[in-house]
Design a protein around this ligand. Structure first.
Ligand code: SF4
Ligand code: SF4
Length: 400
């Protein structure tokens, strides 16, 4: 790693959700970047940062706000992730969970096991070590994960207009597969019956990638690339902005694997976050179809804001579908940040509460998003409030 060109201007501080809560230089992007630069100057390199540096680097959501705000083009988020890679990855998730997420054939088996646990017991979350923040309502695992269900493949109407004849393959992602298959169902209703879910797909690899486990992320990418190569889709549709970002990252991950690289580049160009593809192909429900929907606002996921782009497209879509019912809200992080919410539950919860305060100011009773991690975080938080908003993925509007 090279020393950065940071000018210490501080423009990144205001953008950083962790700094905005802690007001501590060490936890801001400038401080983290200085720590990395100092380690490099001292000759120890970011390969072996001290324990204090490691702890500081963990306090990062990998949201990307700092990199987007930096006038000198310093990619602080990338530097932090690379330092995590060099320093040994920081992963709160037990290794057997990764094996489940990576196993093609385990989904129906897992569903049967899950069905043996009483709903709401929380036992699965405790077993996996993912029990979440104090007082948060963690969801039950779906009895029928999206990847083992036929129901999502049978609803809807054939694609028409701009999308007629297109081949659209769905990347489901772990959260929508195991926790929220109703989002996948909503996407099928919305886009029609000719989109398909390729079997054999696994986790996109983002949790491993952002926590610094490049080897595992590479393994996941290679598996998925081979699955989607066989499909040769016109588009990959995903209901998760974070999965879409990771699919774009596959090309960089497999840069040294010639037989996978060109396909990964192609898949990265074809992937679309759900609302983006709905807008591009003009597959948009009419306001009359959504007459029962109450006042809504939209939480733009960080991976959409800083990697994919298109938060304003989603807002335009909602404005068109829900005239007079949609109010935009400030664009900020929800505090989920992949494994950040597990390692820093108190800080994550404070960032989330700020989000709910801003939501309340819009007067909306429904808070929409288009990312699985945000959905998990927002639902967990809202579920523990007496007057929390209803949290929905945009695709679920057509399920109402
Ligand atoms: S990636 Fe986000 S949380 Fe991490 S330092 Fe940058 S702005 Fe802060
Ligand atoms: S990382 Fe960029 S924005 Fe932050 S202090 Fe350095 S030059 Fe300024």
């Amino acid at each position: 790693m090279k020393k950065s060109t940071c000018a210490r201007c501080g423009a990144c501080l205001a953008a950083c959700p962790v700094y905005s809560m802690t007001k501590h230089e060490r936890f801001g992007p400038r401080g983290k970047n200085m720590l990395l630069d100092t380690a490099l100057s001292a000759g120890t390199g970011a390969e072996k940062p001290s324990a204090a540096v490691t702890e500081t680097l963990k306090a990062c959501l990998q949201c990307g706000a700092c990199s987007a705000a930096c006038p000198a083009g310093v990619d602080v988020r990338g530097a932090i992730r690379r330092a995590r890679e060099h320093n040994g990855h920081d992963c709160t998730v037990p290794s057997w969970v990764w094996e489940v997420l990576a196993a093609r054939g385990l989904t129906p088996f897992l569903a049967r096991i899950i069905s043996g646990f009483p709903g709401g017991s929380g036992i699965i979350w405790r077993l996996t070590g993912l029990s979440g923040q104090e007082g948060f309502t963690m969801p039950d695992l779906a009895q029928t994960p999206a990847l083992s269900s036929d129901r999502a493949c049978t609803s809807g109407v054939p694609l028409a207009g701009k999308s007629a004849g297109l081949k659209i393959s769905v990347f489901v992602g772990c959260v929508q597969n195991y926790l929220y298959p109703e989002v996948v169902e909503g996407m099928f209703k919305w886009f029609g019956g000719r989109i398909s879910i390729p079997r054999g797909q696994i986790c996109c690899g983002m949790p491993a990638f952002s926590s610094g486990d490049r080897e595992k992320a590479l393994k996941f990418a290679l598996r998925n690339i081979s699955v989607f190569r066989e499909q040769a889709p016109d588009y990959i549709l995903t209901g998760c902005a974070t999965c879409a970002s990771m699919i774009r990252n596959w090309a960089g991950l497999v840069a040294d694997v010639p037989e996978a690289h060109s396909t990964a580049v192609e898949l990265g160009e074809k992937v679309r976050e759900f609302s983006r593809l709905a807008w591009e192909l003009a597959v948009i429900p009419s306001p009359e179809d959504l007459a029962d929907v109450e006042r809504v606002t939209f939480h733009a996921p960080c991976h959409q804001r800083f990697e994919l782009g298109g938060a304003e497209v989603t807002e335009d879509l909602l404005q068109k579908m829900l005239p007079g019912k949609f109010t935009d809200m400030t664009r900020e992080c929800c505090g989920q940040g992949g494994l950040f919410s597990l390692g820093h539950p108190e800080l994550s919860g404070r960032i989330l509460q700020k989000r709910f305060r801003n939501c309340r100011r819009t007067g909306a009773t429904v808070l929409l998003t288009t990312c699985s991690g945000c959905l998990l975080q927002l639902r967990a938080g809202a579920g523990s409030m007496e007057d929390g908003p209803q949290i929905l993925h945009i695709a679920e509007l057509v399920n109402k």
